[in-house]
Ligand binder design. Structure first.
Ligand code: PRP
Length: 201
């Protein structure tokens, strides 16, 4: 995967995955989900906030009865590396018992978030539980057994923003996934609690 020239918005951004490639891959993932769950309903659970853009595009490409819900989590304490202790800040609105649940993430990094969410969601007795992640950083994985059932792109260990992913709440609305090569990113801010190290490195 090669980097191309920066979007006009910032000299620190280099496009890693263009919007057209994202659209194409999201359609492919949606087609696979449509095939795998033929004739059934799927229930997409988005992990706020990063997954909201991917989820909204994915949902519109799935050709099945589809319902949506969202969950928000954070980790305890302020640190660069995730503690793995995750807490739910906003729970699901409704029961997932008996449903084909697809947990939708923007990025799989250490795997701690998905590991925790899988554990608590399985206790609620869904019919099936799958994971869809637009981006995957396998080199960062701490929980080795965590994999996406539906993965968009495997990426190197670069700090990426756009298409839902942020740095300090900025850049989520970029249409491309970009590498942020900004000196501010290497600074050590007084960090708010986050459920992962992804946005704070
Ligand atoms: C990101 C991302 C995933 C998580 C992945 O969330 O959205 O939920 O980190 O990291 P992990 O595999 O190491 O657990 P972030 O904390 O940046 O919050 P956000 O979604 O609100 O941006």
């Amino acid at each position: 995967m090669t980097l191309s020239k920066s979007p006009k918005s910032s000299p620190h951004l280099k496009v890693l995955i263009r919007r057209t490639a994202i659209q194409k891959r999201v359609r492919q993932v949606a087609r696979q989900i449509t095939k795998d769950f033929k004739g059934q309903r799927v229930h997409l659970v988005g992990v706020l906030k990063g997954a909201c853009i991917f989820l909204s595009d994915l949902a519109r490409e799935i050709n099945l009865e589809t319902s949506l819900d969202f969950i928000a989590v954070s980790s305890y304490g302020a640190r660069k590396e995730s503690s793995g202790q995750v807490r739910v800040n906003k729970d699901l609105d409704s029961s997932i018992a008996g449903l084909n649940v697809i947990l939708v993430e923007d990025i799989l990094d250490t795997g701690l978030t998905v590991s925790y969410l899988r554990r608590i969601l399985l206790q609620r007795r869904p019919k099936t539980l799958k994971v869809a992640a637009l981006l995957d950083k396998p080199s960062r994985r701490i929980i080795k057994e965590i994999q996406a059932d539906y993965a968009g792109f495997s990426i190197p260990d670069k700090f990426v923003v756009g298409y839902g992913l942020d740095f300090a709440e900025k850049y989520r609305n970029l249409k491309d996934v970009c590498v942020l090569c900004d000196p501010e990113i290497t600074a050590t801010p007084s960090e708010p609690a986050s459920k992962s190290s992804r946005s704070k490195l």
